[in-house]
Design a protein around this ligand. Structure first.
Ligand code: SF4
Length: 389
């Protein structure tokens, strides 16, 4: 039996318009500085092939699972953000790491690669709205609030991989660690061995889902720190009694799935199993059958029996690719409407061609660099994650 993939309805917000000019506090909002090939150029694929071949082993192209098919076709390796950072570190001979993903991922690659290597992000406007929700100055101000409440010395920061290098550096400098969606439980267990409280950045949902669903904490043990409110919108008493201080950040893609999406798909597709990413809201994750990282989602679908039915709650490019790869299984998108990551989609074939051809011409474009002090502290936080039992 083969099942045809049904594209969800498009929405006005499927591809959000991004700002122009640069913003030091933002992951996004800058123009591409070069002359891009026209998207209609019929030779784009051939130009990408030619530039790729000319660069040979000098370049290594990484493709995140949420990237467009036209870009994934040129990736030497695909993966989630952590796997790609590891892959970048495992290629010390590659002069250029071309990162088809978003800004914080390219920063992590720069932190983990040698000084002689250059990390290239084909479109500098490919940021991450979640990472943008925790800026360095906001997190420093929050730490002052914790200090004034007398709880900073009892608190350890843990930051999700999906955060800027500056936030990873903040975390490393205060004894904390980075985590991914695969090892968040282990990272939190480690953190609670160090201190009584955790400041979890920047994704409230991953923090709450892990603490409550996997570690036995209650919803009352968690408080939400809103950086846009005085003192995070919390009283001193709330800060003192909390175990998990969750930053008020979320993924704008996974945050779109609701309990209604789950109930609706169950009513539409008999015997469907709902598989979601832990960046989804607590009530969505509670209502799902399985929860796990992007890599977990891929492995689960790869191993699922023919004829099984799945509703997947993660980025649409990946869900569509999984559906096309497994026509013997019925795979639907969890929501009825389109849910692309608009910033991931910034990297398209014209930007990739432009970046590769520029490198062939001897011009290094869109290089992502993290300064030495930030690198040193961020690496402390990344290394603590890598040393987790
Ligand atoms: S899917 Fe969410 S977390 Fe990932 S890059 Fe897009 S906005 Fe950021």
């Amino acid at each position: 039996m083969t099942t045809a993939w049904i594209e969800p309805d498009s929405t006005a917000t499927a591809l959000l318009l991004l700002g122009r000019a640069s913003d030091a506090d933002s992951e996004r909002g800058v123009d591409c500085p070069g002359a891009l090939p026209a998207p209609s150029d019929p030779d784009l694929v051939e130009r990408a092939r030619r530039a790729r071949a000319l660069l040979g082993d000098r370049a290594f192209i990484l493709g995140h699972h949420y990237q467009r098919d036209e870009v994934i076709a040129f990736a030497d390796v695909t993966g989630d953000s952590f796997k790609l950072a590891q892959q970048a570190a495992a290629r010390p001979d590659a002069e250029f790491i071309v990162f088809c993903g978003v800004h914080f991922m390219a920063e992590s690659a720069d932190i983990l690669t040698g000084d002689n290597q250059k990390v290239i992000l084909p479109d500098l406007a490919a940021g991450c709205s979640m990472a943008d929700m925790a800026t360095f100055s906001q997190v420093e101000a929050a730490w002052d609030v914790l200090r004034e409440a007398g709880v900073a010395q009892d608190t350890i920061p843990v930051t999700y991989m999906n955060s800027s290098a500056a936030i990873k550096s903040f975390t490393g400098a205060r004894g904390g660690a980075v985590c991914t969606s695969s090892n968040a439980k282990r990272a939190l267990e480690w953190a609670f061995e160090q201190k009584q409280k955790v400041l979890f950045l920047p994704d409230q949902h991953l923090g709450r889902n892990t603490a409550v669903r996997e570690m036995g904490l209650t919803l009352d043990d968690c408080v939400l720190f809103n950086p846009h409110k005085p003192n995070g919108g919390l009283t001193v008493e709330q800060l003192r009694s909390a175990k998990m201080i969750l930053w008020k950040g979320h993924c704008s893609v996974h945050g779109r799935f609701t309990l209604d999406s789950v109930n609706d798909v169950r009513s539409r597709v008999a015997d469907v199993r709902v598989l979601v990413h832990p960046e989804c809201r607590y009530e969505v994750v509670e209502a799902a059958d399985l929860v796990g990282s992007t890599e977990f989602i891929i492995k689960t679908i790869d191993a699922a029996p023919a004829g099984s039915k799945w509703a997947i709650g993660t980025e649409l490019n990946l869900v569509r690719r999984l559906a096309l790869r497994h026509p013997d299984k019925e795979i639907v998108f969890l929501d009825k409407a389109v849910c692309f990551c608009s910033t991931m989609n910034r990297i398209d074939l014209p930007h990739l061609v432009w970046a590769l051809e520029s490198l062939v011409a001897g011009e290094t474009v869109n290089q992502i660099t993290v300064d030495p002090q930030t690198t040193a502290n961020a690496k402390l936080a990344l290394d603590r994650m890598l040393e987790l039992p």
